[in-house]
Design a protein around this ligand. Structure first.
Ligand SMILES: [Zn+2]
Length: 306
């Protein structure tokens, strides 16, 4: 069932939510929480076993806690009922027709990095008739997921700043900046900097070269002969990295003059299939693929990580 609010006749968010609860639904979607009453009833409903989904306007996922504080929700109730917060921002997607890799100017990369990030490949649209010479076509999103129970300080009643500090320290939470850097084949570095909060950029810099889980970390290089490791956490969004793996495979195959190279498409399928098999059988979330020359061929080993 869906209904509209109508403040003129007293059908406010909170009034309707009260009425809905009498029907004992399993799932309630409140379009937006904008007042203390609605927030309170929403949390009461969550605490009595309903799945409540809603939206709030905040800068980032963790800041939701501050907003809920402002709306008068008791911290203990937040701790008991808040499952997770997903933050997202829209960015323009690079036009696939004129997508090309390039080396951004220092002005572009320096807000995020103190040295040029050689482990990353940047892309932009060069402009073509498909995208009216804008270099962009359609949109995609940067997102981050805050799971309160992942944070030790959360149960001790830590504030937003403290939680953000823990997110930096532990590197456990992938922020929208991290997500953007995983999507460099989809959007440009300027777009990422345009949409993410300034504070988050500073946070990223503070974290320095330490990588977030699964993000742009090239993984430990293999020490046995020539070879490299690549970490994969989501083959569906890491096409660019799989392309880099393919390049590595080709360069290893070239050394031993292996004539029977597999093509790019087959290689992508190989990585995706192995990732899915291994994550399913081991329960891991990331797989490290190591490449090396051995026994006159290219040896690829896949290691489940966590
Ligand atoms: Zn284009």
């Amino acid at each position: 069932m869906q209904t509209q609010i109508n403040n003129k006749i007293g059908l406010s968010f909170s009034q309707l939510l009260r009425s809905f609860l009498r029907l004992d639904p399993d799932v309630i979607l409140v379009g937006e929480i904008r007042d203390g009453d609605t927030a309170q009833i929403g949390f009461d409903a969550a605490q009595t076993g309903h799945l409540v989904l809603s939206t709030l306007h905040t800068n980032d996922a963790i800041s939701t806690l501050g907003r809920l504080d402002d709306l008068g929700i008791d911290r203990a109730q937040i701790a008991a009922s808040l499952s997770c917060v997903l933050a997202q921002r829209l960015v323009r997607r690079i036009c696939p027709t004129c997508l090309a890799d390039y080396v951004p100017s220092e002005e572009e990369w320096s807000p995020l990095f103190s040295d040029y990030p050689t482990h990353l490949t940047f892309f932009k649209g060069e402009g073509c008739s498909d995208c009216d010479f804008t270099g962009f076509s359609g949109r995609t999103l940067l997102s981050e997921l805050f799971v309160p129970s992942d944070f030790k300080s959360f149960n001790k009643g830590a504030g937003v700043d403290e939680l953000k500090a823990e997110a930096i320290e532990s590197g456990r939470m992938k922020t929208m900046v991290d997500d953007g850097l995983l999507k460099l084949g989809d959007t440009t570095i300027s777009e990422i900097l345009r949409v993410v909060p300034h504070e988050m950029i500073q946070m990223f810099r503070k974290r320095g070269s330490r990588s977030a889980p699964g993000a742009h970390d090239p993984g430990p290089a293999s020490s046995t002969g020539r070879g490299r490791g690549f970490m994969i956490t989501d083959p569906a969004t890491e096409g660019i990295r799989i392309d880099q793996m393919y390049e590595e495979y080709l360069s290893l195959a070239a050394i031993i003059q292996d004539e029977e190279k597999i093509d790019r498409e087959l290689f992508h399928r190989f990585v995706t299939d192995n990732f899915q098999d291994l994550t399913k059988t081991t329960g891991s979330h990331s797989i490290l693929f190591n490449f090396e020359n051995a026994d006159g061929g290219v040896r690829i080993t896949a290691v489940p990580l966590d």
